[in-house]
Each structure stands twice: as C-alpha cells, then as structure tokens.
Design a binder for this molecule. Structure first.
Ligand SMILES: [Zn+2]
Length: 354
C-alpha cells in the first residue's frame, strides 16, 4: 500500500510532455461559467457541479455538441488569453513542461465570428505569460474540423485552417491536425490541405482510428503524411497495421481515459494500450479534453501503473516518448530528455527509494 502511494506521488511529480490536448476542451468549468455570464451566453448549467454532470456524454455527437457550446463562450482577446494562461497553470501543477496544444481556428472564425487577430493574439499572450510565470512551453496544432454541412463549407474551413496555420508558423504553430467526428469523414478527402501544410514545413498529426477502424489510420498514413496519429487505438484490429506502425516507428498519441469517457471501450481492461506497447508501437500518454472528462493528465499516467501494471522504468520511458515524439527540433528534444532523466532519477530516489 505504502509503495503504491509512493508511486502515485512520484507519477504526479515527474516531469511530463503532452502531445494530445485540446485547448477548448481544457477550459475549467468555473471559468466556463464565468465567461458565459460575462459574455451573456446562456448555458444549460449554472454551477460547477451541474457542469460536471453535463459533461457526461451519450456518444461522440453529444460530445461535439457540448464542445461547440463551450467554444461559443469565448468572445474577446482576454478570454482566449485567460483560458491559455489557466491551461499553463494546470500544466505547471502537474509538472507538464511542454505541450503541443490543439486548437480549431475554423470553429472560432466561421461558427463564432471571431477574427484571427483576436483569438490568436489572446492565445499567444496567454502562452507567453504561462512561459514566463510557470516555465512551461506550448506549441500549437491547428486542426481542420472534419464536419460541415456541405462540401463547399468543408473546403472553406480546410482552406482557412491551413492558411492561418502556415501564416502563424513563426508564432508557435507547428502542425496541422484533423479533428471532429471521424464517422463518415475519411482522411483521404483532406489530402490537398495536408500536402500544402507539409510543403510549407508544418508537421502532420491527424486524429484517426478512434471511432472508425484501421482503415482510417491507413488513410491518414497513406494520404495525409501523418507523422503521428491522434488516438489510433483501433489500429489493434488490424495486425498488419500494428506491425507497420511498429516497423516505421509511427507514434500513437493515446488518451486512455478519454476512450472510456466517449465509450470507444466500455472498460479500461479492454483498452489496447498494453497490447500496442507489447507489439512495439511507439506511444505517448495524453489527456485529450481533461475537464470535459473530469480527468487529468496525471490520472492517465497513473493508469500505466494501475490498472496497466507497467513497472516504473517502462513508465519513465513512455513519459519520455512525449519528448522524443514531439515536433521540437532534435537538439531541443535531446536537451529536454536529458533534463527529464536527471529529474526522474532524483525523484525516484526521493519518493520511491529506487
Ligand atoms: Zn483529440
């Protein structure tokens, strides 16, 4: 019992990097209520308790619906600055030193009517304050939202997202992502935009293989130049895909507790993380939309120990994957990995005694 508690403390304290987390999905319930009130937006809930109950999803579509309502509570540059700054404070609390944070520009621009200047200035002011006050670093992944009411609208959103991502490369945007509801929206149709983004020097990290099977991951690899896959858990259904991911060293950004909250798997015991690991697929552990699932990155990391039963050396290596598979320049990654290792060693001695 004592050892389990010591390990829990170690996993909370250990330095981490996160590769799959959505800014809009990280707004704290109290902040959401404050912003809604301030901006005159009516939400179906008025207390933090009610918000927590509201964040219980019937299915993926219900989750997306709530996600849109939340995004609609952001109006001013200060709102965007606040949520980014608070995200940075939460990173510091969990000793997350570096995060690649997904944001969906088209939702704010087309659905909410917020100009690029407004949201992006806010995002980067919040990012800078978090860096100077807490010593945490963030980079942005701008993701194309897969869903639209027509092909024309889809193209407009994809065009917008790709061009603002490319324009903002000097100001912290490092990758193009692909999010939203995967069912009925295969990756292949987004090939032209990913081609453009890759040619401009952005990285590619689409969501695939979460609510659709292996064919979605194959599509992302074959047509979007995916360097990492968001989720990709359902790769497990195709042994030849698992082998390919392992051989080519293509990392999956796993968010195990998110998959339980959204019903991809009924129970954590069914989650394929241990099998993917055993097959040699590189993986990192991430939080996705922590307050929306009432979980933290630390909760996801804790799952590696219990119920997944990895030993601490293996958990440390999985945590270091967050650095190694980030899109930072090689030299920065090497420095960060070294710093993490030193700190891990010290904390292991202090907290676990081995
Ligand atoms: Zn996600």
């Amino acid at each position: 019992m004592e050892r389990a508690q010591a390990i829990e403390r170690y996993l909370q304290a250990v330095p981490k990097a996160e590769l799959h987390v959505h800014l809009e999905g990280s707004i704290l319930p109290a902040t959401l209520l404050k912003l809604a009130q301030h901006n005159g937006i009516s939400l179906p809930v008025s207390t933090v308790e009610e918000a927590r109950r509201w964040f219980q999803y019937r299915d993926f579509a219900h989750f997306i619906e709530i996600y849109f309502l939340i995004s609609g509570c952001l109006k001013t540059e200060e709102d965007y600055e606040l949520i980014t700054y608070e995200f940075g404070a939460e990173m510091a609390r969990q000793n997350v030193r570096y995060a690649e944070v997904t944001f969906s520009p088209s939702t704010h621009f087309f659905n909410m009517g917020i100009k690029h200047d407004v949201y992006f200035t806010g995002l980067n002011k919040g990012r800078e304050r978090a860096r100077t006050e807490f010593g945490v670093e963030m980079r942005w992944v701008f993701d194309i939202v897969r869903n639209a009411s027509s092909q024309q609208e889809l193209h407009r959103k994809a065009d917008y997202t790709t061009s603002v991502a490319i324009e903002s490369m000097q100001e912290g945007v490092i990758a193009l992502g692909l999010g939203g509801a995967e069912v009925g929206s295969p990756p292949e149709q987004f090939a032209p935009w990913f081609e453009k983004a890759l040619a401009a020097g952005l990285h590619s990290t689409p969501h695939a293989g979460e609510t659709v099977g292996p064919e979605s991951v194959w599509g992302a690899l074959r047509t979007l130049g995916a360097e990492r896959i968001g989720h990709g858990v359902r790769s497990i259904e195709d042994p030849s895909l698992v082998k390919h991911l392992a051989q080519e060293g293509i990392p999956l950004e796993l968010c195990p507790l998110s998959n339980i909250c959204l019903g991809v798997y009924k129970h954590i015991a069914e989650h394929p993380l241990p099998r993917l690991y055993a097959a040699g697929v590189p993986l990192s552990v991430n939080s996705d939309d922590p307050p929306l699932f009432n979980v933290t990155l630390n909760d996801n990391v804790q799952a590696l120990y219990e119920p997944f039963h990895f030993d601490l050396d293996t958990i440390d290596e999985i945590l270091l994957n967050g650095v190694r598979h980030s899109f930072l320049p090689q030299e920065r990654k090497a420095q960060m990995e070294m710093a993490f290792r030193t700190e891990m060693q010290k904390l292991r001695q202090e907290l676990v005694g081995s």
